[in-house]
Design a protein around this ligand. Structure first.
Ligand code: PEP
Ligand code: MN
Length: 357
């Protein structure tokens, strides 16, 4: 394949009007499995074949990947099918072996992105090589850690970098294995518009029946592509069995999503998107002006409290405000918890302003 550069492929997305499709099994399990899947994925129009060789597992008795031999299987499958291949590297040794085996694209997994020592080690092993690297978000929702890993690679003169959003570990019960917290990848896109961003709905959902809904959400948000786990027989997969889909389901997903995308981007839709965006901008401006007005009022009350020697925090008053805004949120069809979160932030800032009076 030689020097497949992800950015070239991404830039053609805008002309070809379809996302970048990365697909393949969670783990490479045998030469036959990866060859079979590579051939069907290529025939369905996937752009990149993925396959894990070294698997970071929670428990040591789980399947930890086939190891080095799998690099050869992956590369051969990629050549046979005529599709570039990608695998996860988690240290310098993996990186050197994968480079030697001619793997086209490397990705840094969520557990590795969170470890600056390992990222630096991988970046050094790749220094000077014209390869593409995809950086998954760290497990914890730390945007700086994610950006930092990207910077470490840029500092090693790797300029074909893309980000992969695979959701975040969460203590609370959630409908997803790794909730997407969309505001984080959206902020990455804002801060690094030069870095393409791919969504991995398989690791976000952890559940094959939900992969399609999250894929649609990601494309609606403007992600550049999708990385999806596909296995010839998902129930029998040695890792992540619940979230993998069959090649036929993948084909169906590609077809249904591109149909929606084509419909969504007709001329008239583009015009209405622009109109709605303009209205959103106005609402945002109004929100800021209203907040500024609230802070002015807060400062006046702060001055009065200071004069009368009354303490800034009165818990009863805050409880009354919270209960009022909760009712108001419900009346306006807004999620009460969401509104409470915003108001707690506003309250924090209001108290700080009062203390300064
Ligand atoms: C994977 O892609 O199979 C994987 C292990 O992903 P993550 O690093 O996102 O958990
Ligand atoms: Mn997996």
């Amino acid at each position: 394949m030689g020097n497949f550069l992800i950015k070239d492929s991404i830039s053609s997305i805008f002309t070809r009007n379809k996302p970048l499709w990365i697909a393949g099994p969670c783990s490479v399990e045998s030469a036959e499995q990866i060859t079979q899947i590579a051939i069907s994925l290529k025939s369905y129009g996937a752009d990149i074949l993925r396959g894990g060789i070294w698997k970071p597992r929670t428990h040591p008795d789980s399947f930890e990947g086939v190891g080095q031999i799998g690099l050869q299987w992956l590369k051969e499958a990629s050549i046979t099918a005529g599709i570039p291949c990608a695998t996860e590297v988690a240290n310098a040794k993996h990186t050197e072996l994968a480079l030697k085996a001619g793997i086209d694209i490397f990705w840094i997994g969520a557990r590795t992105t969170g470890n600056p020592f390992l990222v630096t080690e991988i970046a050094e092993a790749l220094k000077g090589c014209k390869v593409s690297v995809m950086v998954k978000n760290p497990l914890n929702p730390d945007i700086e850690l994610w950006l930092g890993a990207i910077e470490r690679l840029s500092n090693a003169d790797i300029d074909n970098i893309c980000a992969i959003h695979r959701g975040f570990f969460c203590y609370q019960k959630s409908i997803y294995r790794n909730p997407p917290l969309w505001q984080i990848p959206v902020e990455i896109k804002r801060r690094r518009p030069d870095i393409p961003i791919i969504c991995d709905p398989s690791h976000i959902t952890g559940e094959r029946t939900k992969v399609e809904e999250v894929s649609s959400e990601a494309l609606a948000l403007g992600f550049d592509g999708l990385m999806i786990e596909v296995h010839p027989c998902p129930e029998k997969a040695l890792s992540d069995a619940r979230q993998q889909i069959t090649p036929e389901e993948f084909k169906h997903l590609m077809d249904s999503i591109s149909i929606r995308k084509d419909m969504g981007f007709s001329q008239s839709s583009e015009e209405s998107i622009a109109q709605i965006r303009a209205s959103i901008d106005i609402v945002d401006q109004t929100l800021i002006e209203t907040l500024a007005h609230r802070m002015e009022l807060v400062e006046s009350i702060g001055r009065l409290k200071a004069k009368e020697n009354i303490s800034v925090l009165q818990a009863d008053r805050w409880n009354t405000v919270l209960s009022k805004i909760g009712k108001c949120a419900e009346k306006n069809n807004l999620d009460k918890n969401f509104v409470e979160k915003i108001f707690n932030l506003i309250h924090e800032e209001s108290m700080e302003r009062q203390i300064r009076q």
